[in-house]
Design a protein around this ligand. Structure first.
Ligand SMILES: O=C(O)CCC(=O)C(=O)O
Ligand SMILES: [Fe+2]
Length: 343
């Protein structure tokens, strides 16, 4: 059977009378692709629309207004940022929101003094959208609820109790990004590989819950044979990617959902990702039901060791010299673009 990214009725799949074919399609997708689409997922459509309308108004502001929304300390995962390609052309615009606004808020949620320092770099809330912070919180929490339910579904298809996964009793670690992709205005070779706006990757999360808007299937998920499966825009659906943590937990039984974004369409494509992880003090390692006598295939790693150094690692691999300088000097960074897109 060729690999597929099924659209799953989440409530039905979690119910006692879930049809066996439905469970089988979830199992096949989780084992082969690591991506599903879910409907009947419990996030109200009005909440998704409200969030997207608000963030959409922010992203539609003139560039000089948006430049004021860059992280004041040059943090690559806070506030607004444009991302040029190797030719200096706009490839992706992002708005990142940290899980907590302040160190104090992080500590109140149960983070240690050390871990709470991640939030010493403040979020940037646009003054033009006073309600955005509250709506983001609701949308974030609802997306986390989807991740929890999908993990419950995956534990069902794997035949293990949900309590196998070390997620209870401590605060989750999450990150949050809005991606805004320009339409393609350059030469079209007719090959997807030549118009990638986000290169192929799998997320570092346990699960990622993603909402997408646009007028073409720009998101693609990778099949086991390396081919790419378009993930169409299904009204009301959310996409759920398995991240590296889920793969490590299941000792490779569940595949990380490799995905990429190809340009196209006639309107700006937009997506919002909520990256869901266990708490920062979790040692990520293959869990007992998935490990045979020969031991696990992955080395244990404290999540903090990855998350705490994420900015440095990101800048080491992808940072441009002026971006790195801005971060070292704790000042805002706005990328230079060769061709300035409208607004
Ligand atoms: O825009 C998309 O559909 C995917 C975004 C994504 O993969 C990411 O932000 O990690
Ligand atoms: Fe991703």
């Amino acid at each position: 059977m060729t690999a597929q990214i099924p659209v799953i009725d989440l409530e039905l799949a979690l119910s006692d009378d879930a049809p066996e074919e439905l469970i089988a399609s979830v199992r096949a997708a989780a084992e082969q692709v690591g991506i599903i689409q879910v409907v009947n997922h419990g996030v109200p459509a009005e909440l998704i629309d409200d969030f997207h309308d608000r963030i959409g108004r922010v992203l539609a502001l003139p560039r000089e207004e948006k430049a004021k929304l860059a992280s004041p300390t040059g943090h690559p995962y806070r506030g607004w940022r444009q991302w040029p390609d190797d030719f200096g052309r706009l490839e992706l615009e992002r708005f990142n929101i940290g899980q907590f606004d302040t160190v104090e808020e992080a500590k109140a949620a149960g983070l240690s003094e050390e871990y709470a320092q991640l939030y010493a770099h403040p979020n940037v809330w646009p003054p033009q959208e006073p309600g955005l912070a509250a709506v983001t919180r609701l949308y974030h929490d609802a997306s986390v609820g989807v991740a929890e339910r999908v993990l419950a579904l995956y534990s069902r298809v794997l035949g293990v109790p949900l309590s196998t996964f070390p997620i209870s009793g401590r605060p989750y670690y999450t990150s949050f990004v809005v991606n805004d992709y320009p339409t393609w205005t350059h030469e079209d070779t007719g090959t997807d590989d030549d118009k990638l706006l986000l290169l192929e990757h799998a997320d570092g999360s346990a699960l990622t819950v993603l909402h997408q808007r646009g007028d073409y299937a720009g998101l693609q998920g990778q099949a086991p044979d390396g081919s790419w499966i378009p993930v169409p825009i299904v009204p009301g659906a959310l996409q759920v990617f398995s991240g590296h943590i889920l793969t490590k937990w299941t000792n490779g039984r569940l595949r990380p959902g490799r995905h990429r974004v190809v340009a196209g369409g006639t309107v700006t494509r937009r997506s919002t990702g909520v990256f869901w992880h266990p708490s920062l003090d979790t040692v990520i390692e293959p869990l007992e039901p998935f490990v045979g006598p020969e031991g696990g295939d992955f080395e244990p790693e404290l999540l903090w060791d990855q998350a705490g150094g994420q900015v440095e690692e990101y800048l080491r691999v992808f940072g441009r010299p002026d971006q790195i300088a801005a971060w070292r000097e704790r000042r805002p960074y706005v990328a230079e673009l060769t061709e300035l897109a409208e607004a």
